[in-house]
Design a protein around this ligand. Structure first.
Ligand code: C2E
Ligand code: MG
Ligand code: MG
Ligand code: MG
Length: 292
């Protein structure tokens, strides 16, 4: 209905606006063909603990478009949600990430690592979601206990009972959950307590100005304390400097992710990086705590 109303008002648009609409339509068409054309790929960003040991990675979607080059997921995920294309795209992401996770089981150094995958609200709420995830795990042979799904706070506000039921169904198979961009949404503490979550992920917006903005510092301390009292792990995203990492570690944050250690990288590159980091750590023994 909204689309129809939008169309009937097109005659009031100026030429610039018409051009924007045309571009939007072209963008959607490109997005549709992108899956078939294999223009999507995943990059992976390591997550580390306070001792500098690698815990796992987060899979991040990349779209390399012939005409536009690399398009940011922040630009196309909303369009994919709107059009429903997020459903096949999300299945592709899960399948690709779980294929990697399964392959790591044959490499002793990489075998214990976790794989975090972003799940959009529409994908999570789809009636076939639980079955999709279980099928991907079965087909790829990836260990469910090492798969972590990153959800956003909007899922905590609407239809709590259904959200919890979906989470429980997957948790029964060993899948765990992290709440992404935490602090930017509207979760109430009651909801948080009822969710079968494993981790809170501190939004990078708070991490960015940690050292200069006392409000952000206070928010981060509060999130760490909240996670602690709810028995949840906590990870900070967007950690770019050693000073931020140090501050976070002092504040009791056990894990971090960010450009400080590595930006998201293609599979082969991240595997090489992690392999050499793990080998160096092993060679240095336990004396290497804090070594990056
Ligand atoms: P997110 O899940 O919160 O991912 C973190 C974003 O921060 C990523 O942006 C990552 O590249 C970026 N980042 C990591 N370290 C740093 C740092 O030290 N500094 C700064 N400034 N940024 C850092 P990216 O890859 O552009 O993804 C943006 C968002 O798109 C993601 O935010 C997530 O919400 C969404 N997204 C990405 N991949 C997928 C996917 O496969 N499915 C769904 N549904 N959403 C996805
Ligand atoms: Mg994420
Ligand atoms: Mg995030
Ligand atoms: Mg984000």
């Amino acid at each position: 209905q909204a689309k129809m109303a939008g169309r009937s008002t097109l005659r009031f648009f100026n030429p610039g606006m018409q051009k924007a609409v045309d571009e939007h339509v072209a963008f959607e068409a490109d997005l549709r063909s992108a899956l078939a054309q294999q223009e999507f790929s995943l990059h992976y960003q390591p997550q580390l603990n306070a001792r500098g040991q690698i815990l796992g990675v987060e899979a991040l979607l990349r779209w390399t478009q012939p005409r536009r080059g690399m398009v940011s997921p922040a630009e196309f995920i909303p369009a994919a949600e709107e059009t429903g294309l997020i459903l096949p795209l999300g299945r592709w992401v899960l399948h690709t990430a779980c294929t990697r996770l399964a392959a790591w089981q044959k490499q002793p150094d990489l075998a214990p690592l976790t794989m975090a995958v972003n799940v959009s609200p529409r994908q999570f709420r789809d009636a076939g979601f639980v079955a999709d995830v279980l099928r991907v795990l079965a087909v790829t042979g990836a260990p469910a206990a090492q798969l972590k799904l990153e959800l956003t706070e909007s899922l905590l506000v609407e239809d709590m009972a259904k959200t919890i039921a979906t989470m429980e169904a997957l948790r029964a198979h060993g899948v765990s959950f992290s709440l992404d961009d935490f602090g930017t949404g509207y979760s109430s503490l009651t909801y948080l307590k009822r969710m079968p979550l494993g981790q809170l992920k501190i939004d990078q917006g708070f991490v960015h100005d940690l050292l200069s903005d006392p409000n952000d510092a206070a928010i981060v301390r509060t999130i760490v304390a909240l996670a602690d009292s709810l028995g949840l792990e906590v990870i900070a995203e967007g950690v770019e400097t050693e000073e931020q990492r140090h501050w976070l570690a002092q504040a009791g944050c056990q894990a971090y992710q960010g450009y400080l250690f590595s930006k998201p990288l293609p599979a082969q590159e991240v595997e090489q990086l992690m392999q050499s980091h793990i080998s160096a750590k092993n060679a240095a023994g336990t004396g290497a705590d804090g070594l990056l």
